[in-house]
Design a protein around this ligand. Structure first.
Ligand code: FAD
Length: 440
């Protein structure tokens, strides 16, 4: 039974990267905002630890960067790959047009705790943990608030605007019956940890061979490892047993011998069922969805967190003032989608192309020979910078309204679009050459 009635201007559902950044920005702009999060803390399983140069740039614009970088993190300055026996550097972040020329690798809970601590310094900010949205309330056909389950029982939060930042399994978008466009994905990812030792690669490494792609992210004393496998194949992999799983990893990365043996329980291996989807319409009167709730991203490129944060910035830029003045219209909610749908579409298209490359890899369980096109492409001057720019800055980077900006960053968007087209073409060539190699 509903026992408590709370009121706020804006209720943000979900305290992930999109929700916490949005909560911070709205409170900073003087909007009365309540963020609700269903968990009791931010400490959860690995959900991506990448804070890209574009997000670090936002922290710079907010005057938070120096403090943020005092938190323990690793700095990723390049991304390497090994296809068959051909090793190459795929991206070099040293030239991205941002203050930080690296990706900061930091546990997501540290990032979220950092944002929430800063947000709490604003009087108009409230964070309510262990508050799970279970449905929406309506008045005259318009969303007027959220039904919430707490440890004390039910509650209702009335709000001028509800913003769903509740991730890929969003309750808000389901409750509002927003139509989801699903795009088939041929891959899943198995995440696990493997100990590191001296002499191991320092930077992020993708090992593609024997029908598998193994990503190794340096996290200090361990690798966060992601094994890219065909969609729906996890059960079959489990049936073959842990011995076969460990042998498969060693095929791709023999230097891990002596450490993969620590993987002795399937509990250590988490399945990420990869999805790419987006809402046809991101809003209803009184409700807007952003981040994964509006568009689930593939982990390809590790850009989901950063896209979610960019959505939050655009939303705050467009809606903070109207929210303060009580004049949020449907058209304004539509503007948020209009601004953010383009970068979402372009990024998802690049990811879908990368998936095609993985499909080709899956079809060849034997030793892989790197196609000559790849060998040529990675040596073309500027390619590594281009890849780094697309991954690190992305398409249409957002900026904090009214904040001091780094000169020259505005040109990034056009360059990023050109870069995206280049990368999409390179991935297509790579897929085609893998296909040809297989046919021969
Ligand atoms: C295993 C895994 C690995 C990933 N790796 C990367 C990576 O390396 N780099 C990268 O950029 N992205 C990665 N991603 C994707 C990334 O996590 C998401 O794109 C990003 O977190 C989206 O942010 P968000 O705030 O929109 O949603 P989420 O991060 O999903 O946050 C949603 C929040 O809402 C809360 N919530 C959900 N339902 C409710 C409810 N009903 N009521 C209240 N609260 C609710 C959740 O507890 C959560 O805190 C990964 C995802 C997974 C699952």
């Amino acid at each position: 039974m509903t026992s408590e009635l709370l009121k706020t201007k804006c209720c943000v559902v979900g305290g992930g990267p999109a929700g916490m950044m949005l909560g911070y920005l709205l409170a900073r702009a003087g909007v009365d905002v309540t963020v609700i999060e269903k968990h009791k803390d931010f400490f959860r399983d690995f959900r991506g630890d990448t804070v890209h140069p574009s997000t670090l740039e936002l922290l710079y614009e907010l005057g938070l960067l120096d403090e943020f970088l005092k938190l323990p993190h690793q700095q990723l300055t390049s991304v390497g790959g090994v296809v068959g026996d051909f090793a190459f550097q795929a991206a070099n972040f040293r030239h991205v047009p941002a203050h930080c020329k690296f990706v900061a690798l930091m546990p997501q809970w540290d990032f979220l705790n950092f944002l929430s601590e800063r947000a709490k310094t604003f009087p108009s900010f409230q964070l309510r943990m262990q508050h799970e949205a279970t449905g929406l309330t309506y008045e005259q056909g318009r969303v007027s608030g959220v039904e919430v389950q707490t440890t004390e029982g039910g509650a209702q939060i009335r709000a001028d605007l509800v913003i769903g930042c509740d991730g890929r399994h969003s309750t808000t978008r389901r409750a509002a019956q927003l139509e989801v466009l699903e795009f088939g994905v041929p891959i899943d990812v198995l995440w696990f940890r493997i100990g590191r030792s001296t002499g191991d690669p320092e930077q992020l490494l993708g090992n593609i061979n024997y029908g598998k792609a193994l990503i190794l992210i340096n996290r200090g004393d361990y690798f966060q490892a992601g094994l890219i496998v065909p969609k729906g194949s996890f059960e079959e992999i489990r049936r073959k047993g842990l011995d076969a799983f460990r042998t498969g990893i060693l095929q791709n990365a023999p230097f891990l011998d002596g450490r993969v043996q620590a993987l002795d329980d399937w509990e250590q291996i988490k399945l990420l069922s990869v999805q790419i989807n987006r809402l046809r319409q991101w809003s209803r009167p009184g409700l807007l969805c952003i981040g994964d709730a509006a568009h689930a991203m593939s982990p390809a490129g590790g850009v989901g967190i950063n896209l979610a944060i960019q959505d939050a910035v655009a939303t705050a830029n467009l809606l903070a003032r109207p929210l303060r003045e009580g004049r949020v219209t449907e058209a304004l909610l539509g503007h948020v989608q209009h601004r953010r749908e383009f970068p979402t579409r372009v990024t998802q298209a690049i990811q879908a192309n990368a998936h095609k490359g993985f499909e080709q890899v899956f079809r060849n369980p034997g030793p892989l020979k790197a196609p000559w096109q790849l060998k040529v492409a990675v040596r073309v001057p500027g390619v590594q910078r281009l890849v780094a720019r697309v991954v690190g800055v992305g398409v249409r980077p957002e900026h904090i309204q009214g904040a001091r900006r780094r000169p020259g960053l505005n040109t990034c968007c056009a360059k990023a679009v050109a870069a995206c087209a280049g990368i999409a073409a390179a991935v297509a060539v790579f897929s085609a050459s893998c296909r040809r190699a297989r046919l021969n």
